[in-house]
Design a protein around this ligand. Structure first.
Ligand code: SIN
Length: 292
């Protein structure tokens, strides 16, 4: 059964003002709810202030934005990320030699796992989880390897008023212990411990002021202040609810594409349906603030 179906029209009625026109870029929306493909910009060139502001606005309006046919060096990729804030260091994942902020995203026929399988927001186990992630895929499989993105604004809005009231003020533990052993195939030794943090179950986006559901199956272990079985039941419901396709867009990669998502209001899920082929690139992650 479709969990957000009702007999009074859609339970989630997406309301968005028509965006003001853009002067320096084009924005082609993937869905009314989430995702926009940006055109008219070469990210290897210095961005004027106006273009930077418009990219920033496009991210706020579309939650995840995509760029095609970009040809960036590793340093240009890092520099693009730094325009949006300090860069985040991943607590466990491998990085390019001498570039700790340039995470390696790679899967091939010998990989024991691929990054990002399963719904999650990046590194939500950190006290100050990343604001955004900028993934640049250089090598694509012939088919597959799409990434799905879901709006946590829409997922929150589609909850019943009673559920919103129930979740109001609750916090949950996010734990990075599952990183243990995860990158052993890269020769990365485990740390004595991995980050663990308590965050609100519903957070307020610092730029848009909108509320977003902020629990994810990758990191959230339990809701505090309620019995464990109740926490498990509520989390199970929320994970099922947020995975409704109504809240999603799906990006089909081509070589030299970039996806830039806002971890404060988006979850994503990478498909590993292309084995034994190779998919490879780098992620630059922009640091964020403590959720409130
Ligand atoms: C990730 O979670 O950063 C990986 C996403 C992807 O490879 O599409």
């Amino acid at each position: 059964m479709d969990p957000v179906r009702s007999n009074n029209g859609p339970r989630y009625k997406h309301m968005a003002d028509e965006p003001a026109p853009y002067d320096t870029i084009t924005v082609d929306k993937l869905t009314p709810i989430i995702g926009g493909e940006i055109g008219g910009v070469d990210l290897s060139k210095p961005l004027g202030n106006r273009t930077f502001d418009e990219i920033h606005r496009a991210l706020a309006e579309n939650l995840v934005i995509f760029f095609r046919d970009q040809h960036l060096t590793e340093d240009q990729h890092l520099a693009f990320g730094r325009l949006f804030g300090e860069l985040h260091l991943h607590p466990a994942a491998p990085h390019a030699p001498g570039k700790p902020e340039l995470m390696i995203i790679h899967a091939d026929k010998d990989s024991p796992r691929a990054n990002g399988e399963g719904w999650h927001t990046d590194v939500s186990c950190d006290e100050e989880p990343p604001m955004g992630s900028i993934l640049y895929i250089r090598k694509c499989p012939p088919r597959g390897g799409d990434t799905l993105f879901a709006s946590m604004y829409a997922a929150y809005e589609a909850l019943s008023d009673r559920m919103k009231t129930y979740l109001d003020g609750l916090t949950a533990i996010h734990d990075g212990e599952h990183y243990r052993g995860q990158y052993a195939n890269y020769g990365i030794a485990d740390k004595p411990s991995y980050p663990r943090a308590e965050h609100p179950v519903v957070r307020t986006h610092p730029v848009t002021g909108k509320k977003a559901l902020y629990v994810n199956a990758g990191f959230t272990r339990r809701i505090l202040g309620v019995p464990r079985d109740e926490s498990e039941g509520i989390l199970r419901y929320l994970y099922h609810h947020m995975a409704n396709p109504l809240f999603q867009c799906r990006f089909r990669w081509q070589e030299n594409s970039i996806a830039f998502w806002d971890n404060r209001c988006v979850q994503h899920h990478a498909m590993w349906d292309y084995w034994p082929h190779t998919r490879s690139g780098n992620r630059v992650t922009v640091a964020g603030d403590r959720p409130f």
